[in-house]
Design a binder for this molecule. Structure first.
Ligand code: C2E
Ligand code: CA
Ligand code: CA
Length: 591
């Protein structure tokens, strides 16, 4: 490979000689092995005279000592550049002040150590120093400009452009500073989550400029009302947060009340007098380690409640209260909409009479056709529906829809009889004082014989409050509907209650059916459940039957009804109808 133009050794040699300062290379002892023209003409010595002589010999004795004791030892450190001001004695005996800058490459395998020396004359040295100072100053200036620009960027990143308040990131950083610097008073960290009421209406009716003006005015009011150590931030849109340490919840909600008051005073926006209000959620740190984000989330939940309870008020988030995440609230909203807009479905799973092999009825099992997540099983939403109370409208819908289907399928049962329809009831529905009226109305609407309806209630729900359950069951029984204890074996019902409850059926829990045949314990349990049911004069039903062996074992033990994937999965109404038609004609049902 050939050297590119400008890179060959000849060019370096020319540069070496032309340089405006003296260049020398010496060995460790100071003996000169290379020297440039500039140094030669500067001192008046010929290059041949200089080569081989010692650099120190060109210095007065004091400088020789300085060079040897001060400059050279520093060069031992690899890469270090050592600088020293000395005098160089020229060929005519004249002394010239010079700045000497030396660096050293240590010896390696074949090569001895070399010391490279640059020598500036005093005049050059002044230029050098001037340039150095100028360069240093320029560097300093650009550094401070850079720092300023960085500060500005940082400010932009941490603040909201419209109101100038810290944003979410800024809130965290300010709060961290306050807490670390002990500026925030002692006490517990608390967050006030403030959301303007009906801000969208202002924005929509008066325009964005007015909306912005309102936000700026609100920001100013909050900032001056919450003055002191509090950090006021704007999270987004019309959401603000005030964070500080407080002695306790009373102090924090006191500030919330004060802020509500301040916001209620009318504002002048674009020449109009606007009255605004806000809903505030308050959360106070309980446990150590509760982060700002935790508190914001809890305060947000409390804020939602303040909205639901009529707005223009504050609500305190109690750490002990059930803690639905914002996601959960969204899911609840979706479910509420789903119920209203017809996104629920009922699938039907056949119940087989083990003595005849015929389908005697179906169990209605709800599904939710979710707009984005697809068809959801009840495990995804029943608990949420129960906890929120949505299970009442949901349950009423399932019952209504099932009885509509029962009306359609009149006479589709064995030998032209009608099928029996089992519908699940939740604990929450059981305690609903309107339950009986609701069931009665649903039956009447479709003129369905109450005896064709079987309501399933889990053993756990019944035993939660047996006395109350007994009352509800008795009222339902009076309507003439059938009652089943679902998931039997998983709760702790006493025989006393089983005898007292006006029930018609025990549904043995799927987990025991699973082990039938393989687990002798399970087989024994299933056997005694069947016996128990028969002893109190009611039917035994097995659910979750998946194999022929299970069917045979159940038949041998005298189980009355069975249900499970072995026969059919829960199916949408049209498919179930097909299945019924296919398995009719006296043939025992098969999967
Ligand atoms: P469940 O009342 O015990 O319903 C039986 C569950 O077992 C159903 O699950 C059914 O699909 C499943 N299953 C049936 N046969 C087999 C089988 O052979 N093997 C297995 N592994 N599973 C089988 P699903 O439909 O997911 O319903 C789950 C639970 O949701 C139900 O348990 C019931 O407690 C509740 N649920 C369903 N619909 C409603 C409703 O309308 N209202 C209320 N309150 N709860 C409902
Ligand atoms: Ca059930
Ligand atoms: Ca069950």
């Amino acid at each position: 490979m050939t050297a590119k133009p400008g890179q060959g050794p000849a060019h370096f040699e020319a540069l070496f000689n032309q340089a405006p300062c003296g260049y020398l290379v010496t060995d460790d002892g100071g003996r000169i092995t290379a020297v440039n023209d500039t140094f030669a003409s500067w001192t008046g010595y010929s290059r041949s005279h200089l080569l081989g002589s010692r650099l120190q010999s060109l210095m007065p004795v004091g400088d020789q000592i300085l060079y040897s004791t001060h400059c050279i030892p520093q060069l031992g450190i690899n890469g270090a550049v050592s600088e020293i001001a000395v005098e160089i004695i020229g060929a005519e005996g004249e002394r010239r002040a010079a700045l000497l800058s030396a660096s050293r490459s240590p010896a390696s395998d074949a090569k001895p150590a070399v010391v490279r020396v640059i020598i500036f004359s005093a005049h050059e040295r002044r230029i050098y120093e001037k340039e150095l100072v100028a360069a240093l100053r320029a560097a300093e200036e650009s550094e401070s400009r850079r720092a300023e620009a960085e500060k500005e960027l940082q400010h932009l990143a941490l603040h909201d452009a419209l109101t100038g308040l810290p944003n979410r990131a800024g809130l965290k950083s300010e709060l961290d500073q306050h807490l670390a610097g002990g500026i925030a008073g002692a006490g517990r960290l608390a967050v006030l989550f403030i959301d303007l009421d009906h801000f969208k209406a202002v924005n929509d009716s008066l325009g964005h400029a007015a909306g912005d003006e309102l936000l700026v005015a609100v920001a100013q009011r909050l900032a001056s009302a919450a003055a002191g150590t509090s950090t006021v931030a704007r999270l987004s849109g019309d959401e603000f947060v005030v964070a500080d340490t407080f002695a306790g919840p009373t102090e924090a909600t006191g500030l919330a009340a004060g802020l509500l008051e301040v916001l209620r005073t009318p504002m002048q926006i674009e020449g109009l007098e606007i009255v605004t209000s806000a809903s505030i959620g308050v959360a106070v740190a309980e446990a150590a380690g509760e982060t700002l984000e935790d508190l914001i989330r809890r305060a947000d939940i409390a804020m939602y409640r303040a909205k639901e309870l009529g707005r223009s008020r504050w609500e305190l988030h109690e750490p002990a209260e059930s803690d639905p995440t914002v996601d959960r609230l969204r899911a609840l909203g979706e479910l509420r909409r789903g119920i209203r807009e017809g996104a629920l479905r009922v699938h039907y799973q056949p119940r087989i009479d083990l003595r005849t092999g015929r389908t005697s009825g179906v169990e209605a099992l709800v599904r939710w056709q979710h707009p984005t997540r697809g068809l959801l099983p009840p495990s995804e939403f029943i608990t949420m529906a129960e906890e929120s109370g949505l299970v009442r409208p949901l349950g009423a819908w399932v019952l209504g829809e099932t009885l509509r289907q029962a009306d359609n399928w009149r006479g589709e049962g064995p030998g032209g009889a009608s099928l029996e329809f089992a519908v699940n009831l939740s604990a929450r529905q059981l305690n609903d004082p309107e339950l009986v009226l609701m069931v009665e109305a649903a039956l009447r609407l479709r003129s369905i014989d109450p005896a064709l309806l079987l309501l399933e209630i889990t053993e756990t729900a019944l035993m939660a409050d047996p006395a109350a359950a007994l009352k509800s069951l008795t009222a339902l029984k009076d309507l003439g509907v059938g009652l089943a204890v679902d998931d039997f074996g998983t709760g702790y019902s006493s025989l006393t209650y089983l005898k007292k409850f006006p029930i018609d059926e025990l549904k043995i829990d799927r987990s025991f059916i699973n082990g039938l045949g393989s687990d002798s314990g399970d087989s024994a349990i299933v056997g005694s459940c069947i016996d128990l049911a028969h002893a109190v004069g009611i039917r035994a039903v097995a659910e979750g039957v998946e194999t022929l062996a299970q069917v045979q074992a159940l038949t041998a033990m005298g189980c009355d009804l069975a249900q499970g994937f072995h026969f059919a999965r829960p199916l949408p109404a049209p498919l179930l109808k097909e299945w019924l038609d296919a398995s009719a004609g006296g043939e025992p049902a098969r999967a």
